[in-house]
Design a protein. Sequence first.
Length: 265
Amino acid sequence: MISQYNSETISRNMKRCSVERFRKDEHDDCYMDETQAIYHERLKKLRKNDLLKLYRERYHESHECPEKIEKIREFILEPHQAASVETIETLQEIIKTAIDERLIQEFLTKNPFLVARCIHPAHHGKVCIPKPNFGRELQPDYLIAGLDSSGFSWFGVEFENPKYKMFTKSGEETKELKHAIRQVQAWRSWLNDNIAYAQNTLGFLHIDSNLPCIIIIGRRENEVLDETTLIKRRRDIKNNDKYGLLLHHYEWLIDVQPTMIKVTD
């Protein structure tokens, strides 16, 4: 029971039992694989339940219906996740060789904590929702949120082709970047018209039409502008969008990742 034991204690006890059982039958590889799989799955559920409990408490404090949180339960991330060296190397290779954004997104959807690193640390956890439906036609690539004492802070994320550029030689926005910006504007317009549905039916609590967004497009080596001009033009885009619009290249996904050494039992 979560109320009796914390995740750390259960994790330690389950791992000890797994090791002891393995020592009794070192040649039973199938059993070991099954035990480890069960251990990791139970630990994941415990951590997620801990977060869900915390979320409920936060919404009791703010007098909102905690049942709404169940709608986004499957998208709650384990806290304090960091990428292994192998994961970062795999992401780097996919970005380097990808002909479009689809393979990158497939990998990120399997490792959603990599996307969640796009936003500032949240004291009480994060949520990452791939391909949420904004009506029948609109679908951000990701909707991510951080939870702190004031509630959820939502961000929309749009991925464009890693072979695209942000700006032309004259410093104008490329047609691909203009398309991405129009997508962001369409999300905000839909939220403005359907805010009650988004918050209550979809479970995007605290979201509003002033949605800050991140566009990830192209690679640094593809750009034709010098670095100083590129930084200035990206800042111009940010400053001209009153709700917050950040432009980043795909390499930024690597830059924001803390790494850890993978430990194998």
